[in-house]
Design a protein around this ligand. Structure first.
Ligand SMILES: [Zn+2]
Length: 464
């Protein structure tokens, strides 16, 4: 009998890894890194409950690190099969994995230099050479085309409007007479989000693995252009600099796009945009290359001829340049990674900018428990950076509309046309959120729902 095992994103938002088994075939859907709380990050160091060499193929939904960040380790530990992804996902994956390897190497190096790690020496989970090994296994497939990652398992992708290249996975598992259909939502995007098309409706299926990041919350019904313009005006009035934490791809490009549209339309003054992330700059190039995948129809007064340009954007490529940014008095916007402030150059900027009440720290999107981003979101008076407490005196504001995840109502809207699957698994949400959404689907739709536990294995039967 075919089975599905949850080896990540179970009762938490990170570490997505779902093992689909049928006959002798094993396909891993996503291969993400655990992020956030220390107890979660430590899981990245534990041996997987299955040998990587026994996996026939990996199928990726999108390029965020919580979905792909474990690939270099999987390849180092013996995985030799193909890794399937859309072309844009492959392009972004290389950038993001190199960024991830770099952050880990840098953090380990810094910990060793400052001697604050309990491990001697502190080691990175993987390095750039492991990323290269993983990248050599990529095979690209376009959306809407069936492919067969392993005997008896057919798969195709559909757009989820969450990130460039992002897709849900529709799988058909043939073991008995009739195939069993399983849909993996990946991360579901927003309706009417600038840059991205609306998510495609989920295909009819026997089993659905559905994300629940915002399963118990809605985003406020605000216009992202208005929200961001107000934040920029307030930040200028405070007299300091705006610091935005961003993943190297996705939010950085969306922010630059939004700021440029606002400046073009005279809704905010011309202020410098500093992109202190060479990865994000390379991400801009990838976004430009895949321009045909952008939906620029939304938003106010969007230019029909809009191109991702780097006009007005100063790109910092060296650490020296990064340090020089400290002299910027404002007004201005500094965009730097990582998104949840768990590593990367943003930490240096935070250490420098947080103690000054003139500055504004802009939060956008989901911050996992245990991250500095979540601490700031929850009003922390100080946060720990490089082993020292840094006081939070800068204004901390949230632009909730920058989130790339569907809110509760949007998830319900996405599921609206779907006939009842035999069972729905709520994953990729913290326990309260996943449980609330499971209850809601049970009550509103009468669906059979389950919040799987880490390591739980469920049988997949064909409807009788
Ligand atoms: Zn994502």
């Amino acid at each position: 009998m075919a089975t599905l095992a949850f080896h990540g994103a179970a009762e938490t938002v990170t570490g997505s890894k779902y093992l689909l088994e049928a006959g002798r075939s094993r396909v891993l859907i996503d291969c993400g890194l655990f992020q956030g709380l220390k107890e979660l990050r430590l899981r990245n160091w534990e041996r997987l409950p299955f040998p990587p060499s026994s996996v026939d193929a990996v199928v990726l939904t999108h390029a965020h690190i919580d979905h792909i960040g474990y690939l270099p380790r999987l390849a180092r530990d013996g995985f030799r099969g193909p890794i399937y992804a859309t072309p844009a996902t492959e392009a972004l994956a290389e950038l993001l994995l190199l960024d991830s390897a770099h952050n880990q190497e840098e953090e380990a190096e810094y910990a060793n230099r400052k001697g604050y790690s309990k491990h001697h020496p502190a080691l990175p989970l993987y390095g750039a050479h492991d990323v290269k090994r993983a990248m050599s296994r990529f095979r690209t497939v376009h959306r809407d085309e069936w492919f067969e990652p392993a005997d008896g398992i057919r798969v195709r992708y559909h757009d989820t409007g969450h990130l460039l290249g992002s897709s849900m996975v529709e799988a058909e598992v043939s073991e008995g007479v009739e195939p069993v259909r399983v849909v993996f939502s990946g991360d579901v995007g927003r309706y009417g989000a600038p840059l991205y098309y609306d998510p495609q409706p989920p295909p009819t299926c026997d089993y659905l693995v559905c994300e629940s990041t915002y399963g118990n919350r809605d985003h406020p019904p605000l216009d992202v252009f208005e929200q961001l313009a107000e934040v920029v005006h307030n930040a200028i009035a405070r007299g300091g600099v705006m610091l935005m934490a961003s993943f190297a791809v996705g939010r950085a490009q969306q922010l630059i796009y939004l700021l440029q549209v606002l400046m073009d339309n005279g809704r905010i003054p011309e202020i410098p945009i500093i992109l202190d992330s060479p990865m994000a700059a390379a991400g801009m190039e990838i976004y430009r290359y895949y321009a045909s995948e952008h939906d620029l129809s939304e938003g106010l007064a969007v230019r029909s001829d809009f191109q991702f340009s780097l006009d007005r954007v100063e790109i910092i490529t060296s650490v020296g340049g990064s340090k020089a940014v400290n002299k910027l008095k404002g007004p201005g916007v500094i965009i730097s990674s990582s998104g949840m402030m768990t590593g990367g150059r943003i930490l240096h900027h935070l250490r420098h900018r947080l103690p000054d009440p003139k500055n504004t720290i802009v939060l956008g999107g989901f911050m996992a428990a245990g991250t500095r981003g979540r601490a700031l979101q929850e009003g922390a008076r100080s946060i720990r950076i490089f082993g020292a407490e840094v006081p939070v005196r800068a204004a901390v504001v949230e632009v909730s509309q920058l989130s790339g995840h569907a809110g509760r109502s949007e998830l319900l809207r996405w599921l609206e046309p779907l006939p009842a699957p035999r069972q729905v698994f709520l994953t990729h949400g913290e326990l309260a959120s996943a449980t609330a959404f499971a209850d809601e689907l049970r009550q509103v739709r009468g669906w059979n729902t389950l919040v799987p536990k880490m390591g739980q294995v469920v049988p997949l039967n064909h409807s009788d």
